[in-house]
Design a binder for this molecule. Structure first.
Ligand code: ZN
Length: 273
């Protein structure tokens, strides 16, 4: 009698285990029930495995974040190995609708970056530069749906980067409701500790930016003990208006090394009390 029940139960449990563990990339577990913020748990497809920030300690010095916007594939193929070689972690701003398309990263590549200590941040769903002029519900959709997509894919979703630096009082109110910070594109350094996490400023680096100018900003961060966020787009040997070639990227990283600026993630900086 006992055997009659035991065998089907055993088969059933093998079948369930097979379903749970099938085709899951290494290091990832299906169905996450971790830190889901205010989103329903059932949207989570993977466990959000956050980089380990426990070793981070701010000692009053100037800091730098290397923030890569729009999830270009060249950031993964070219910038990531260059940073890795130096032991630096980067941050990536993801318009969730772009993922998987040609020239952009895949979800697996984003998970790989996060697993290797990078921070993933939201950059809306559609990257529509005119979105803040839209109906309030549409704006909120961009914030909520991108966060939901990141969570579902096991990626971090705490911080938000507004497309094209667009901002309004209404947007700030919504970002405060759904995220821990808002990154703009204002041209400046950030005070440490951060006073208002919803006004983070960056220095954009593109084809036209002289290296000497970037080095000056790095020097300022070092001298004044402030936080410099450098914003990058494509990193490849092609003429992209907003991008950088590999040689320039290398020179920038050499300058970071020479000035001995600590490379940090936004989540680390925002944890400074
Ligand atoms: Zn962008």
């Amino acid at each position: 009698m006992t055997g009659w029940i035991f065998v089907p139960m055993l088969l059933m449990s093998i079948f369930v285990m097979e379903l749970i563990y099938r085709e899951v990339p290494p290091g990832w577990k299906p169905r996450a029930f971790g830190n889901t913020g205010n989103l329903p748990e059932e949207v989570a497809g993977y466990v959000v495995e956050r980089p380990d920030f426990s070793s981070f300690k701010w000692e009053g010095e100037g800091l730098i974040t290397l923030w890569f916007d729009d999830a270009w594939l060249s950031q993964y193929e070219n910038a990531y190995p260059m940073l890795k070689e130096r032991g630096y972690k980067g941050t990536i701003a993801v318009p969730t609708e772009y993922i998987g398309y040609e020239s952009y990263l895949s979800w697996d590549q984003l998970r790989d970056l996060q697993k290797n200590g990078w921070e993933v941040t939201s950059h809306s769903v559609s990257h529509d530069c005119a979105y803040i002029e839209e109906d309030i519900n549409n704006i909120e959709q961009e914030l909520v749906e991108s966060k939901r997509a990141l969570l579902r894919e096991g990626l971090m979703f705490d911080n938000y980067v507004t497309p094209c630096g667009k901002v309004s009082d209404e947007l700030v109110r919504l970002v405060k409701k759904h995220y821990k910070s808002l990154r703009l594109i204002g041209h400046n350094l950030n005070v440490l500790p951060v006073r208002d996490p919803y006004t983070l400023e960056v220095i954009g680096v593109d084809l036209e930016t002289p290296l000497i100018e970037i080095e000056w900003w790095m020097g300022e961060a070092k001298r004044k003990n402030m936080w410099l966020i450098l914003m990058f787009h494509q990193v490849e040997d092609k003429e992209n208006l907003y991008g950088n070639d590999i040689k320039t990227m290398n020179e920038i990283l050499n300058a970071v090394e020479r000035l001995d600026l600590k490379v940090v993630l936004p989540a680390e900086v925002l944890s400074i009390k």
